[in-house]
Design a protein around this ligand. Structure first.
Ligand code: CAA
Length: 261
């Protein structure tokens, strides 16, 4: 059985984490299969990726506690690195990634969602970093991305208390962008992905790169980087087509296949 299922639907792809017996917990085998599924995405044609969990109860219920129970310090370090390397790959994927969170997003599940560009969730979603209850810390980027996304004060409260948070609270603190009834979540995710996929792919990719890279830089360096990459969006098919169509009041046709010109 594959622990990650990749389905391509035109210009978008859906990756389903598929370990429902353990609420999609991220065992080493699950991480390996997600990694392989990500590597198999055809980045020449796919313009937006959605990540979700199998079933209607859980997105991902965390790292696999049964795999961690007897780990040594060195094993735990390696297991953390395995997750962190994968989540860095997802974060740096050239195309936007939407987390469609269909239930529990706890520990490594919340961390997986935070490595995505955009998070939307179902009304039954539940978020949290429960690690300190288990006597460990978050280990797949939770201490870093949570603080960057919602601010250090709220991140510290959530991580120190290990409390779970419902969808409406996640919306209020800006952890998710929108909440939908469970049976509408995937349609909403696909609508959002297709809206992104209709835009000029080089410009979308450059925008992702600018936002991600710029957040780690002082503002003067960040805007200098923006000027350079803004320049890179010119002399492309989509810039010439997009601007001339605007001026002639026609509808632009972004290139079907990703190329640099
Ligand atoms: N690891 C391994 N197995 C898990 C799991 C996990 N993170 N979460 C759930 N499961 C398994 C359960 O053991 C159970 O298996 P069995 O049927 O074989 O007993 C099955 O999934 C169903 O779970 P429950 O019976 O517990 O379902 P529930 O509806 O009563 O509770 C839940 C759901 C509140 C999510 C509960 O399962 C739970 O608290 N899970 C653990 C959540 C957690 O602590 N996550 C953080 C893990 S640590 C981490 O992620 C570290 C890191 O950053 C790297």
């Amino acid at each position: 059985m594959a622990f990650a299922i990749l389905e391509t639907k035109g210009a978008i792809a859906v990756l389903t984490v598929n370990n429902p017996k353990a609420l999609n917990a991220l065992s080493p085998a699950v991480l390996t299969d997600i990694n392989a599924a990500i590597d198999s995405i055809d980045l020449d044609t796919v313009r937006c990726l959605i990540i979700t969990g199998a079933g209607d109860k859980s997105f991902v219920a965390g790292a696999d506690i049964s795999a961690m129970v007897h780990m040594s310090k060195a094993d735990a370090c390696a297991y953390s690195k395995m997750g962190n390397d994968l989540f860095l790959k997802i974060e740096a994927l050239p195309i936007p990634v939407i987390a469609a969170i269909n239930g529990f997003a706890l520990g490594g599940g919340c961390e997986l969602s935070m490595s995505c560009d955009i998070r939307i969730c179902s009304e039954n979603a539940m978020f949290g970093q429960p690690e300190v209850q288990l006597g460990i810390t978050p280990g797949y980027g939770g201490t870093q991305r949570m603080a960057r996304l919602v601010g250090a004060g709220i991140a510290k409260e959530l991580i120190y208390t290990a409390r779970n948070m419902k969808a409406d609270d996640a919306l209020r603190i800006g952890l998710v962008n929108a909440v939908y009834p469970q049976d509408e979540l995937m349609a909403a995710a696909e609508k959002l992905a297709n809206k992104i996929a209709k835009n000029a792919p080089i410009a979308v990719r450059l925008s992702k790169q600018m936002i991600n890279d710029g957040l780690a830089l002082p503002i003067a360096e960040a805007v200098a980087m923006e000027s350079n990459l803004f320049g890179n969006s010119f002399e492309t098919h989509d810039q010439v087509e997009g601007m001339s169509c605007f001026l002639s009041r026609e509808k632009p046709k972004p290139k079907a296949v990703f190329t640099n010109n």
